[in-house]
Structures are given as structure tokens and as C-alpha cells.
Write a protein that binds this ligand. Structure first.
Ligand SMILES: O=C(O)/C=C(\C=C(/O)C(=O)O)C(=O)O
Length: 301
């Protein structure tokens, strides 16, 4: 399709390790993407980056390698509101993949029905400025009200500094709301400081709000090497993710974020990411809620 990957963009980790942590039966990778192939599913003209192609076959091979049973394939901004690649992945998953789409107000009811039949169960609203241009709030509210009767939820991706200004909009959403990557906390700040307290307040005061405790590799300042010399990586993210899992055990999800778009300085070994889970979900009961019960209830009920 003649698409050139954004310079500096790293490809996903080839040859991920086998995790030491054994995933429970029925575990769901609840945040991942497929990209293209660009020749078949062209990337959106309005995109802010061009990824490498990352196919459904490669995603499902990773699923099996890591020991997951199912996937939730999330529409990424590089495909804009053209959900064909994601829907194609769902249709070729034998019912083992559900999806989260990006739609505009121009989406027809017929298109929503077709996406529902394929396994789509939510829409994604992205507020990360380096990824998307501004979408008017009235259009997003209109979309949220149109997808509510389908039983869909709204996935939101934003940066912690923007939560105060987005608070009224988020708390007025009429559906279940799922936050990507804990709203990207600044992990150099105290886990009980005012910034993360605001996010915890958001979840505590709004029981319809869930969070993915994902992407330590994006949030960590320490990087893959542990801060204190121990083996587990991304040590500085653990307190934040562990606090959310411990406080809201029935409203958390986990995912690999494969193929990890927009990473430029290091690319995580997906096996290492899976080994991060026991540090944030520290008992078999919490691991089962995070990896099996919660995603199954939200996407396969
Ligand atoms: O994959 C992620 O969830 C994170 C990123 C990208 C997207 O979500 C996207 O382009 O839709 C990012 O932080 O660059």
C-alpha cells in the first residue's frame, strides 16, 4: 500500500519470551491492536503516525504463545474511523475476539448493527493530543447515546493532566466507561499524591468507571530494568497499578498493547509484560478477576 512507517518507530519484539507467570484458563488480552496490512486496509489520511503492518495472524499467534484464550482488539488512531481491519480480525477469531471501534456521528445504524454482529462491544474516545485532533463533545455525547442501546461501553484514552478539564464530560457519560492505561499517571509523583488521588476519586465516585492497568512500558521512567535491582521490570509503575487492582478488583482489565504503537526508545518483551501481572495483581483471586472474570463479563456476557 506504499505506506512508510514513522521514522524511529520500533517494531514489536520478535521472539517474545515464554512468561514465567502461568495465565489462568480463559485469560483475555483486553487491549491490543491489528494494523493493516496497509495494502488491504489503508491507514487513515488524518493519522498522526504510520505503523508497521501487524496482522491478526501474528496477534493470535502471540495470544497462543503467551497463554491467553481471547483478545479485545481496540481500534487505533492510525486507522481513524475505518474499522475494517479490526472487524476483519474479529470475524476471523472463531468468537475469541471482541472489538472496540472508532466511529463518527455519520456512522449508520446498519453499520453499528454489523459491527455488533462481528463482536464490537464499545467505542473509543481519544483525547491524547499527539494522537488525534479535537472532536467536539456534542458529537461524542451523541455517539455515546447511540451506542448505549447496543449495550456497548465507551473506552477513553487521556493524559492525567487533562482529567480536571475532562471531568464533567467523563462523569456525564451514560455508559460503562473504561479508561486506557489508568489515564497515564505521572509515576514520578507520589501514588497517594493529589494527581493520582483525582483518578482514584474518579473511579471511587463513579462505579461505572473501569480502568485498564496496562502499558507500564509507556508510563515507566525506570524502563525495563527494575529500579531496585530486582528482576521485575517497570518497578515505578507497580504501586499505581497495584492500588487500582486492590481498590477496584471488579473493574480492572489487562492487555499487552501489542504491537505497541509509538514506542521509540525500547520495545517490551511481551513475555516480560505478562510476568509483570503478579506484581500488580498479587493473589490468584485478583488475577482471575483481572484476567478472566472482568473481561468476560464486559465483552462476552
Ligand atoms: O496503543 C495504545 O493504547 C497507545 C497509543 C496509541 C494508540 O492507542 C492509538 O494510536 O490508538 C499511544 O500511546 O501512542
Amino acid at each position: 500500500g506504499g505506506f512508510t512507517k514513522t521514522p524511529g518507530w520500533l517494531d514489536w519484539y520478535t521472539g517474545p519470551s515464554k512468561p514465567t507467570f502461568k495465565l489462568p484458563e480463559g485469560a483475555v488480552d483486553a487491549h491490543c491492536h491489528v494494523f493493516g496490512p496497509g495494502a488491504e486496509f489503508p491507514y487513515a489520511p488524518e493519522r498522526k503516525y504510520t505503523p508497521c503492518d501487524a496482522s491478526k495472524q501474528q496477534l493470535y499467534a502471540l495470544r497462543d504463545h503467551l497463554g491467553f484464550d481471547k483478545n479485545v482488539v481496540v481500534q487505533a488512531t492510525c486507522n481513524g474511523a475505518d474499522n475494517r481491519a479490526m472487524v476483519d480480525a474479529l470475524l476471523n477469531s472463531n468468537g475469541k475476539a471482541r472489538g472496540v471501534a472508532t466511529v463518527k456521528r455519520s456512522v449508520t445504524d446498519q453499520e453499528l448493527q454489523e459491527m455488533h454482529a462481528a463482536g464490537v462491544r464499545g467505542v473509543r474516545f481519544n483525547f491524547v493530543k499527539r494522537l488525534v485532533d479535537f472532536t467536539p463533545k456534542d458529537e461524542l455525547i451523541e455517539i455515546a447515546n447511540r451506542i448505549k442501546p447496543l449495550g456497548w461501553h465507551v473506552v477513553i484514552y487521556f493524559e492525567a493532566v487533562d482529567l480536571p478539564e475532562l471531568w464533567d464530560f467523563f462523569t456525564a457519560l451514560p455508559t460503562t466507561v473504561v479508561v486506557d492505561h489508568m489515564g497515564r499517571p505521572d509515576v514520578t509523583k507520589p501514588v497517594d499524591g493529589p494527581e493520582f488521588e483525582l483518578f482514584v476519586k474518579f473511579m471511587r465516585e463513579h462505579p461505572n468507571v473501569w480502568s485498564k492497568v496496562t502499558c507500564p512500558e509507556r508510563l515507566s521512567v525506570a524502563g525495563p530494568k527494575a529500579l531496585d535491582g530486582e528482576q521485575n521490570a517497570y518497578r515505578d509503575v507497580v504501586p499505581f497499578a497495584k492500588r487500582i487492582v486492590d481498590t477496584f478488583p471488579d473493574r480492572v482489565l489487562w492487555g499487552t498493547d501489542w504491537p505497541h504503537p509509538n514506542l521509540k526508545d525500547h520495545m517490551p518483551d511481551d513475555g516480560l509484560l505478562v510476568d509483570f501481572i503478579p506484581h500488580i495483581a498479587t493473589t490468584p483471586e485478583l488475577q482471575k478477576k483481572l484476567l478472566v472474570d472482568n473481561p468476560t463479563r464486559l465483552y462476552w456476557s
